[in-house]
Structures are given as C-alpha cells and as structure tokens.
Design a protein around this ligand. Structure first.
Ligand SMILES: Nc1nc2c(ncn2[C@@H]2O[C@H](COP(=O)(O)OP(=O)(O)O)[C@@H](O)[C@H]2O)c(=O)[nH]1
Ligand SMILES: [Mg+2]
Length: 223
C-alpha cells in the first residue's frame, strides 16, 4: 500500500495508564481489559488519510519497559510524534509528566509533536486530575491535549490523527526538513532498524515471547 509519509509514533507514560490499550483500540478497534505484559517493544501500524494525503502511522509501544525506566535512545529515534499518557484517576501519573518530558527532550527530535492524553475518561467518577489541569500543563509545555478513553474509544482516533495533522502542518511550514533524500533516508533507517530489531528479537529468549508476527509485519512493512 502506498503512502506519502511514514510517521513513527511512540507512546510514553507510567505503567498502567493505558498505553497498550490505546494502541490496540486505534489499530484493532477493540479493548482488551487485561493486557499481557511482555518485555520489549511492540508495534502497531495503521493507514490514515489527513488532508487527502495517505499516511502510515507506525506506532511503538514500550510493552512494560517503562516500569524499569530503561527506555533507550533507539525507542525515541526518528519519532515524529508521541502520545504522552497519564491516568486521570491516578494523580501520581500526572505528577510524573515532567520527568517523561525531560526524557523526551533528551532523546527525541526537538520538533517531535507531543499529544498529552488524559486517559480513562470513562472513569470520571474516580477522577483525581481535572481537565483544566491537563489543559494547563499542555499549554505551559507546548503540547496538544485531549482526554480519552481506550475503553469506550472516545477521542482515541482524534489523539492519533490530530497529532498527524500537526506533523503535516510542521512539514508544510518547513519546520521538518523533508527533502526527498532526507525523507528516504529516514524511511530506510527505520526499515534497517526494524530488521536488526527483528533479528535481535529472534535470538533473545525473553523478547522471543513477544508477538513475532507483528515484528515480522513491521520489519517487512506489511500493514
Ligand atoms: N476504565 C478504563 N480502563 C482502562 C483504560 N485504558 C486502560 N485501562 C486498564 O488499565 C490497565 C492498564 O492498561 P495498559 O494498556 O496495560 O497500560 P500500560 O501499562 O500503560 O500499557 C488495564 O487493566 C486496562 O484494562 C480506559 O480507558 N478505561
Ligand atoms: Mg503496556
């Protein structure tokens, strides 16, 4: 399937905020209450059309690594967009946002578009962080913001597509250098990394437990 751009997205935030569920809801349109916590990186991919342009979003999920704070530079590398997620029912996940931003500033491209997501909006009766606080944090730090629910799918589509629209806008404004050569290198680099990661995963007994078919699809760019 052809597309104009391939955008790498990453999802960051504390364990249990719903990162894997957001990814699953976006790629598979389903909610799985108990998610298998595997070690490594899991992928999802989906095509979207923004302003009439076909885009492929390739989304990386930490798959549990965030609990060891062992997310590596390669996770952030080449990411055009990030979903920074907290849980509106757990105050501490909101309090940790600054340290996640610090990590991103250190490892990611400074022009990466970040969407702050207050997840679990379906649990408003257990809310511990107001919507205004989320908005305020986003405003102060130059982030996009939405409250969403991976459970009801509310705003999940929007979280991913509004981020893509912002990235496209930056490209059109020339904030991102996307001459054909650079763009091609970016895609090739991602592909090479995917192949290496696949090889590495097949050899590693821990990572081998992961969803190998997803890894193969990702490495060979099959949506
Ligand atoms: N009520 C509700 N529960 C959610 C939502 N998103 C995730 N969860 C639950 O929160 C827990 C952690 O989700 P998970 O996606 O594994 O979090 P991760 O560690 O950030 O990847 C699981 O028990 C999910 O069922 C949501 O939007 N609403
Ligand atoms: Mg997870």
């Amino acid at each position: 399937m052809s597309y104009d751009y391939l955008f790498k997205y990453i999802i960051i935030g504390d364990t249990g905020v719903g990162k894997s569920c957001l990814l699953l809801q976006f790629t598979d349109k389903r909610f799985q209450p108990v998610h298998d916590l595997t070690i490594g990186v899991e992928f999802g991919a989906r095509m979207v059309t923004i302003d009439g342009r076909p885009l492929k979003l390739q989304i990386w999920d930490t798959a549990g690594q965030e609990s060891f704070r062992s997310i590596t530079r390669s996770y952030y590398r080449g990411a055009a967009g990030a979903l920074l997620v907290y849980d509106i029912t757990r105050r501490e996940t909101f309090n940790h946002l600054a340290s996640w931003l610090e990590d991103a500033r250190q490892h990611a491209n400074p022009n990466m578009t970040i969407m702050l997501v207050g997840n679990k909006s379906d649990l408003a009766h257990r809310r511990a962080v107001s919507k205004e606080e989320g908005e305020q944090f986003a405003k102060e730090n130059g982030l996009l913001f939405l409250e969403a629910s991976a459970r009801t799918a509310q705003n999940v589509e929007e979280a991913f597509t509004k981020t893509a629209a912002k990235i496209l806008q930056k490209i059109q404004e020339g904030v991102f250098d996307v001459s054909n050569e650079v763009r091609l290198m970016w895609v090739l680099e991602n592909k090479l990394y995917n192949h290496l990661f696949l090889l590495h995963s097949l050899c590693d007994p821990v990572i081998r437990k992961m969803n190998i078919s997803a890894l193969v699809c990702n490495a060979f760019d099959i949506t």
